[in-house]
Write a protein that binds this ligand. Structure first.
Ligand SMILES: [Zn+2]
Length: 506
């Protein structure tokens, strides 16, 4: 066979560059011999499979020749990286010799035979990035669904990954390699950990995800502290359709609460719904005595057992600081111990929408020996308590200014209704304006029953991303229901409500 004389070959990158040049000349291949710099970059990009610290061998001569040949055919480096390992030395030799004889062999059959995904060829990397992120979101929701609600998915040890998550890791791996980096998506724990940071952040370190034209660069897939898949995650997961409910987690919570309140019947049912959502918003950390008092006040004692079981956990010892439960001064939830002892010596509020997430302040310290302490489950904190910060601020302003305001009317038609069906307000805290727009383009929900429909965007999100509202507006449909929405920041909604009573008098 032709390659007999190099079977035992060994050498450095420099020697390999020389050997490739010699082979290309000898075989009369119509390709440029790669320079030393190129050989080194191929090694970094793992096109050359030689393990770190070892000399190159015969296999790398074959890989080098194959890479140069496939690049000339227009393959991307990512596609080549994907495919090369599936070729045996013998196959590589045959293919290279066939190229030398001008037979233009097809490199595909081996790939199909080994069931690898087809090479991406000229497919834009942006499509690959979007596919990877959709699969990631789907995989993370599946993973979350597998563990019991309330558990932290990042801690989950499971030998079998949801297929979506596995596929996402493969695609992300290709993106890293295509960018000349090492594959940082090979370990599921690293991937789940990174999912708690925005896709376009340095944490992921993928250039393509941070590009302006990658539409989900602002999205965070898992809530950083509560470790529950975010609303953004749910929306991205559903991009390709067919992923069931728009937001499986939120939908399940909503159904549970409706089922619970339904048995009270009629108008009491809606009142109970509002009372419980308000309870989760204002008192996500609560002593058993106060909880029972609240339920008595609101005529909800028949639901007592169910409420504790479905929506609360006992405060675990690991979240106590010097044996006490610290309550956040801004949102009232339980602060958690944080490794940064200087900045967060008194703990940190886990709710990303809360000022206390960055600037910790303790309101009071509760002793678990004096009363049984309950904390709302992580998914409640993510989907109800966090968003309630803006919702309650708007509602309280409306009330203080003498407006006829209702919180979560008719079991959640909207967040705040004013003057019956005259004004409906929804506060939203999706980290990505694009996922929010996709959500609204699908349906504006119960706001449709209101004459004036206001969508309030969290000021913190606008601070982080000054183009949030303009991106949201440009991604919203320009016709039908989405076009009827008035988009404002939460602070402008509050200003607007303060002026409203006077506007009515004149
Ligand atoms: Zn807080």
């Amino acid at each position: 066979m032709y390659f007999e004389d190099v079977r035992q070959w060994q050498g450095t990158a420099e020697a390999l560059a020389k050997e490739l040049k010699r082979q290309i000349e000898q075989l009369e291949l119509s390709i440029e011999p790669p320079a030393l710099r190129t050989v080194r970059s191929w090694r970094t990009k793992q096109l050359l499979s030689q393990p770190k610290g070892q000399e190159f061998g015969c296999r790398q001569i074959l890989e080098g020749l194959a890479t140069a040949l496939l690049l000339k055919k227009g393959w991307t480096l990512a596609a080549i990286t994907q495919v090369l390992p599936s070729f045996s030395d013998d196959t590589l030799e045959m293919q290279i010799l066939a190229e030398a004889q001008g037979l233009d062999p097809t490199w595909l059959p081996t790939i199909t035979a080994t069931a690898l995904p087809l090479p991406t060829g000229h497919r834009p990397a942006m499509d690959l990035a979007e596919d990877a992120v959709v699969l990631l979101a789907q995989g993370i929701i599946r993973q979350y669904e597998r563990v019991l609600p309330g558990q932290q998915i990042v801690r989950q040890e499971d030998s079998t990954l949801p297929p979506e998550l596995y596929q996402a890791m493969c695609k992300l791996g290709r993106l890293y390699i295509e960018e000349g980096q090492c594959d940082r998506a090979a370990c599921v724990h690293t991937v789940l950990n990174n999912a708690r940071y925005p896709l376009g952040s340095d944490r992921w370190g993928l250039k393509i995800l941070s590009q302006l034209n990658f539409r989900f660069s602002n999205a965070t897939i898992i809530d950083p502290d509560l470790r529950v898949p975010t609303s953004d995650c749910a929306e991205i997961a559903n991009l390709s359709g067919g992923f069931g409910e728009n937001n499986v987690i939120e939908h399940r919570l909503y159904t549970e609460l409706c089922d619970a309140t339904q048995r009270l019947g009629g108008r009491r049912q809606h009142k109970a719904y509002t009372a419980l959502r308000e309870l989760f918003g204002r008192y996500s950390l609560i002593g058993q005595r106060q909880l029972f008092d609240c339920l008595v006040d609101r005529d909800l004692t028949p639901l007592q057992g169910m409420i504790i079981e479905k929506f609360f956990d006992l405060v675990p010892d690991i979240w106590l600081i010097d044996g006490l439960a610290h309550r956040c001064a801004y949102c009232g939830t339980l602060m958690r111990p944080h490794p940064n002892n200087k900045l967060f010596a008194q703990g940190r509020c886990p709710i990303r929408q809360c000022i206390g997430h960055e600037l910790p302040k303790v309101f009071e310290k509760l002793d678990p020996n004096k009363d049984i302490l309950w904390i709302a489950k992580p998914q409640i904190l993510t989907y109800w308590t966090g968003p309630a910060i803006d919702e309650l601020a708007i509602f309280d302003t409306a009330r203080q200014n003498g407006l006829d305001a209702e919180l979560y009317p008719e079991s959640d038609l909207c967040d705040i209704g004013i003057n019956g069906k005259v004004i409906g307000i929804d506060a939203k805290s999706y980290t990505s304006p694009v996922t929010l727009a996709l959500r609204l383009n699908r349906s504006i929900g119960g706001l449709i029953y209101y004459r004036r429909r206001i969508l309030a965007v969290s000021d913190r999100l606008i601070e982080d991303n000054p183009s949030y509202i303009s991106t949201l507006k440009s991604t919203l449909d320009k016709k039908d229901d989405p076009a009827s929405l008035v988009i404002m920041s939460v602070s402008s909604v509050i200003e607007f409500l303060k002026k409203m009573p006077y506007a009515n008098q004149t």
